[in-house]
Design a protein around this ligand. Sequence first.
Ligand code: GTP
Ligand code: MN
Ligand code: MN
Ligand code: MN
Ligand code: MN
Ligand code: MN
Length: 196
Amino acid sequence: MASGQLSREEALACVGCRHACHILLYADTEAQLFEEIPIRHIVLMQMRFDGLLGFPGGLVDPSEESLEEGLSRELWEELGFSLSVTVEDHVSSCHNPSSSSSYLITHFYARRMEEKEIREVEKAAASTATDHGHEVMGMVRVPLYTIKGGGGLPSFLSHSFIGNSRSQLEDALVRFGLVTPEELQTALTHAEQRRR
Ligand code: GTP
Ligand code: MN
Ligand code: MN
Ligand code: MN
Ligand code: MN
Ligand code: MN
């Protein structure tokens, strides 16, 4: 396993650790941008109250609920959508040694949905979700293409992200075949140039 990574079981055995669970929701789509550029996949992130991008989810206390129950609860609060997350959806767990207060372990999940369901999530997140306009400023879709001048994924990756959510995104895009490793590398190179 990569450094900082640990299994779900190892993570739960940690005494005094805090846990946060977040999820990547994605779907395939036939849609095209400007009737020309394939969108290929819908990938959801959120603009948080603090102006940073991140995934839906939040803090879970395993002494009160399972990681997956806690994540499902957070999704109800932040998305207004009932989604029963299971251990099958677990992707990775990671230490965050730099986090200030007590030790935080971030658990990452992913769920593939139908485009129709993703649209329902977006609709609920912008209307009935209790956290809408409070902890969550809105859901956003991640552009996966790179267009001239570094628009698309490179620009998106140039924004500021909470915690290690940017690397969670990059790993997941390749892991689930949403972009190729070469496409990600190209986007990262453009993103690096934009920051200079
Ligand atoms: P409250 O309800 O206000 O407690 O917030 P929350 O439970 O929704 O917690 P939040 O989603 O802010 O996540 C808790 C902590 O996990 C944050 O302070 C970040 O350090 C970290 N975090 C937040 N979003 C992400 C994410 O998408 N990925 C990762 N790896 N960490 C995140
Ligand atoms: Mn237009
Ligand atoms: Mn929350
Ligand atoms: Mn949250
Ligand atoms: Mn919370
Ligand atoms: Mn809250």
